[in-house]
Design a protein. Sequence first.
Length: 716
Amino acid sequence: MNRRRLLSGAAAIAGLAGLAPGPGEAAAGPPAPPDTPRRPLRTEQLGRVRIDDYAWLKPANWKEVWRDAGVLAPDIRAWLELENRYSDAVLAPTLAERAALLADMRLADAAEAPAPPEVDGDWAYVTRYARGAQHPGYWRRRVDGGPEILLLDAEARAAGHAFFRIVNPTHSPDHSLFAWAEDTVGSEKYTLWIKVLATGEIREGPRDAFGDFVLSPDSAWLLWTWRDEASRPARVYRRPIAGGPDELVHEEPDPGFLLHLSLAGSGRFVFIRSFNDVTSEVRLVDMRAPRAPSTLVEPRRVGHLYSLEHWNDRFVILTNADGAVDFKLMQAPQATPGRAFWRDLAAHQAGRTIINIRAFAGHLVRVDRVEGNPTLVTCDLKGVWAPPIAFGEAAYTLALQPSAYRSDRLSLTLESPRAAKAWIDLDLASGRQAVIARAAPAPGYAPTDFVVRRLQAAAPDGALVPITVLHRADVRLDGSAPLMLTGYGAYGFSYETGFQAANLVLARRGWVWAVAHVRGGAEKGRAWFEAARGLGKRTSFIDFIACAEHLIAQGYTAKGAVVAHGYSAGGLLVGAALNMRPDLWGAVIGQAPFVDILNTMSDASHPLVPLTRPVWGDPLANGADYDNIAGYSPYDNVAARPYPPVLATTAVADDRVGFWEPAKWIARLRARSTSGAPMLLHTEMSGGHAGAAGRFDELDQIARMYAFAAWALRTG
């Protein structure tokens, strides 16, 4: 289709939906873009040479900057601020529509129903937002009646902080304590806080903590995970809650592994899991004797992944042993949990990936993913599995919610791209479901006014790549609609197609929103991940392009009206696809994008490099890995081509994808693109990998990106 005709069609849709150009937009000339200084750095590696003109944007003290943005070098800070001013100036004509988008997003988001109380013993715990609050409050009340008691006012604690996030709000098993992890920088290095509920006293806990921790049943001990100077969760400590020194429980010395701490549903055991993307091992701490040494279940073996749940007198093991690439369940006696004692409980079935298990005194629940969607399967004490429970939408997500171990009722949430969260109680004995709460649609956002579909795009090698699509029911599939295509495709993570108010607002304005479930994720099983790992990584990018072309061929949009969006490793996906097919996209958005992968994976001091070598390869030691990464790295492959408009967003305290990656990418795109299209960088001077933390600040972030997308198609 003719590009001019396409854009006029997209503009017509946008105009009808309130996204028309603002007064004076067409007449105002764009400001001159910054000319990023070139300071060439020559690197020779494995006999290969590369020149990086913009390496200076990575500060020498980058690890310190993650913890304190105030130590950022003045010249780099000044450059980021200059880029922000340029981005703001270019996007000034979008301010009115950004405000309108944000207002609609807040309206749609407000429809979210408060979560039902979490009942635990004699107490019901409640989380809810006050009107206009960015952060929630946490309350409790007695089940048999009485007033609500405020446990934590997160909105009040956020006052005075440019960034604020709380994770893992937790009450102790005996209900005497309430604890949480608090980040006021954005680098995910938390301070733990403990409130003594009898007195209201709030005690400051460890400062260099990760977000996961466990309170002992008698409220005497705190088990917590320590992050080292490279931000890696590397040790588990035990601390007396009444005061006293920390005691080391376990240390993970291998920089290629992380530690994760979790509590069994029964409350009896704590699991300390050392893991990376291909290997894991688990240690146990018996919470009836929390000071006893931890016990290793099964030593790590490269390629073996396993995790545990405790079920009455046994352990249930989720494992890929014996070629179970999509995992199987085994069981072992509580007294002898090692591999020699594992016996089958649920056999491996290719294409049906077991992704979660939850134990109850009388039942076991597993979650299977089939063709991207989760199903529930329950088992009784005799080991008899009930038929799978599926749900009606073409694409949806479910999440298991806190549920009492000795109950016969499982609490879960269900949502889809068009339907906000519903809370469901599942009777484990009968299989009956009861909806106990449902978010009411915001005015003008009835789920039946929208369509959710699951499509299949044929990749060049014949693989069928799933696509999730959301659009307004009356949108004509004649190629005239603009389309936002997103994806991830890394680390074996599946893109969860849940409800996001922002996407419903976009769809209401005539856009199609779509997810390309490319290889590199695990939507179709572990093999879906393995097909795009290491030397096969290009498969992800080819899949993404195939999905875009399929959507065009089916009339969902047209060439040049697709806006590609990717977050983190999804930024690598869209950055590589941009270099491979710059003509296909109307605009590209990289949100905290991992676009400088060759330089990052060549920095052995980066905390994620040893951990992720099994995924990306090792360009420091292996020439084939170097050449493979160099062949697709978005930053290294920017060339003299007519690129569409690009917006990259980042934050100074992002300790996963350093801000210098998108900063360098935008500088090189601006220098080499032959189209003259704007290349924009927006940097949050506070905040981390997820950007803003408050719920409305997060929506404003999305509104900026979506306003940019509409503007780019109008002005392209």
